[in-house]
Design a protein. Structure first.
Length: 416
C-alpha cells in the first residue's frame, strides 16, 4: 500500500472510531434516532425493574410531619395499606421512648397512653408488603401547648363513693368564652334516671346536679369529650375522659342554732342527735344547705386566714390540732370537734367564730366523743343543713353549695 492509500485508510478508521465514541457518549441528534431509542428503552427497563423492587406497603402517619398544636389524645396514629406494620417507634425529642401497640391485624398502631402537652415527638414506622419488601416512613410533630389549651379539674374522683349532695364540679384552668360548645361536650348522667343540668358560676367553673339530691346507691357518670373543642379564641380542650362514682347512703344532718342540736338522718330515719355550739351572735354561722367537701382528722385553724385578727394583726385564735374537721365552705366554715371549750357549752350556748362545734378530745383518738362519731359516720358529699342562726344563706358558689339555688335559677345558668 502506498503512503497515500495508507493515510486514507487511517483517516477512515479514525472517523469510524470517532463515530462509535460519539454514539457511546450521548443519545445524539437526528442522525442518531435509532441508537437514541435503544438508550431510552434501556433506561425505562431499568426504572421498571427498580419499581418492581419497591415495597407496595403504603404507610400513613398522623399528625402530618411538621404539625404543631397536635392533640394529646387521638392525633398520633400509624396506618398501612397493601402491607402490615412490622415496627413502630415513638420517642420524645430527647429520645425517651413512648409506649404503643400494633393492632392485632398489624394494620395500625397508636400510643398506649395520653401524650404530654408542649412536647415534640418523632415516629418511625416500618411495614412489609406481601412479597416481604420493606417500606419506611418518618414524622415529627409537637403537641398543643398549655397556653393554647385548657383542662377541667373535676370532683369527685373517679371510682369514689360520695354523699347524696355531691355535685360534679369542674374548674377550668382557662376562662371559657364559648360556654355552649364546651358544655355540649360534657355529659353527666345517673343510673337513677334523674335529669342532670349544668350551671356556670363563672367563666372558669361549671357544676352539675339534679333537681333533688342524688338517689342513694346510684352510679353517676361524667364524660369529658373536650379534645379539640374551642373554649376561647386560640384555646382548645385536650381532655377525653370518662369518670364514674357511686352515691352512698342518704345522710342529711340538720343543725339548729336555736336549739343547739344537730339531727342526723340516714335514709330518712333519725340515727343520732348531737349537741352543738354554732357561731356566736357576733360571728353567726351561715345558713343553708352545705356539702362536706373535705375531711381532716386533725388540722390547723388560724383566725388570720379568715379575717379574725387582733390589734397586732395576729389571728384571734390559732389552734394547730383541731380534731375531726370537715369543710362546709371555701370561706372557712367547718363542722369540727372542739376539745378546748367547756363541755357545758354544747347544746346550750353558741360560742364559735362561725363554725359548728362538737364535743371532742385532744388528739382525735377518742372514738367515744360526738366529734369522732360524726366524723367516722360522714363522707365527702354528705349534706349539712344549718338553720336559725340569723345570718344570710351561704352563697351557692362558696364551696359545693349549689343546692341553695332553686331549680329554675339553676337551669337558668346553663349554656346548653
Amino acid at each position: 500500500m502506498t503512503d497515500g492509500k495508507r493515510r486514507k485508510g487511517l483517516m477512515a478508521a479514525s472517523a469510524l472510531l470517532g463515530g462509535v465514541l460519539v454514539l457511546s457518549a450521548c443519545s445524539g441528534g437526528d442522525g442518531d434516532s435509532a441508537a437514541s431509542g435503544s438508550g431510552e428503552k434501556t433506561q425505562q427497563q431499568a426504572d421498571e425493574a427498580a419499581a418492581k423492587k419497591t415495597s407496595e406497603a403504603d404507610i400513613k402517619i398522623a399528625p402530618k410531619d411538621g404539625s404543631d398544636n397536635a392533640s394529646i389524645n387521638n392525633a398520633a396514629k400509624v396506618t398501612v395499606s397493601k402491607g402490615t406494620l412490622t415496627e413502630v417507634t415513638m420517642t420524645t425529642a430527647d429520645g425517651t421512648a413512648v409506649a404503643g401497640q400494633i393492632a392485632a391485624d398489624k394494620k395500625s398502631w397508636k400510643p398506649t397512653n395520653q401524650l404530654e402537652r408542649a412536647t415534640s415527638y418523632k415516629i418511625a414506622a416500618v411495614a412489609k408488603d406481601s412479597d416481604g419488601r420493606a417500606a419506611h416512613e418518618n414524622s415529627q410533630f409537637t403537641t398543643v401547648s398549655p397556653a393554647n389549651s385548657f383542662i377541667g379539674n373535676f370532683t369527685p374522683e373517679d371510682g369514689s363513693t360520695v354523699g347524696v349532695g355531691m355535685p360534679v364540679s369542674i374548674n377550668f384552668d382557662k376562662a371559657i368564652t364559648n360556654k355552649s360548645d364546651v358544655q355540649s361536650h360534657i355529659t353527666v348522667s345517673s343510673s337513677s334516671g334523674q335529669e342532670v343540668v349544668g350551671h356556670w358560676f363563672s367563666a372558669n367553673r361549671l357544676d352539675f346536679r339534679p333537681e333533688d339530691y342524688w338517689k342513694g346507691g346510684s352510679t353517676v357518670t361524667l364524660k369529658l369529650d373536650l379534645d379539640g373543642v374551642e373554649g376561647a379564641s386560640g384555646v382548645t380542650g385536650v381532655q377525653q375522659k370518662t369518670v364514674t362514682f357511686k352515691v352512698g347512703r342518704n345522710q342529711v344532718s340538720t343543725v339548729d342554732a336555736k336549739t343547739k342540736q344537730m339531727t342526723v338522718t340516714r335514709d330518712g330515719k333519725v340515727v343520732k342527735t348531737i349537741p352543738i355550739s354554732a357561731g356566736s351572735p357576733e360571728n353567726k354561722t351561715y345558713e343553708g344547705q352545705m356539702v362536706i367537701s373535705e375531711k381532716f382528722k386533725e388540722t390547723r385553724m388560724n383566725g388570720a386566714t379568715v379575717g379574725f385578727t387582733d390589734d397586732d394583726g395576729k389571728g384571734e385564735y390559732d389552734i394547730k390540732d383541731v380534731p375531726h374537721a370537715m369543710r362546709l365552705s371555701n370561706s372557712g366554715t367547718f363542722i369540727h370537734g372542739n376539745y378546748w371549750g367547756a363541755k357545758s357549752i354544747f347544746g346550750s350556748v353558741n360560742t364559735s367564730h362561725g363554725c359548728v362545734g362538737l364535743s371532742d378530745a385532744k388528739g382525735a383518738n377518742d372514738s367515744s366523743t360526738p366529734g369522732a362519731w360524726f366524723y367516722d359516720n360522714s363522707m365527702v358529699g354528705d349534706v349539712v343543713i344549718v338553720k336559725n342562726t340569723g345570718d344570710k344563706t351561704v352563697q351557692p358558689d362558696n364551696g359545693l353549695n349549689g343546692w341553695n339555688l332553686s331549680w329554675a335559677d339553676w337551669k337558668a345558668g346553663s349554656a346548653a
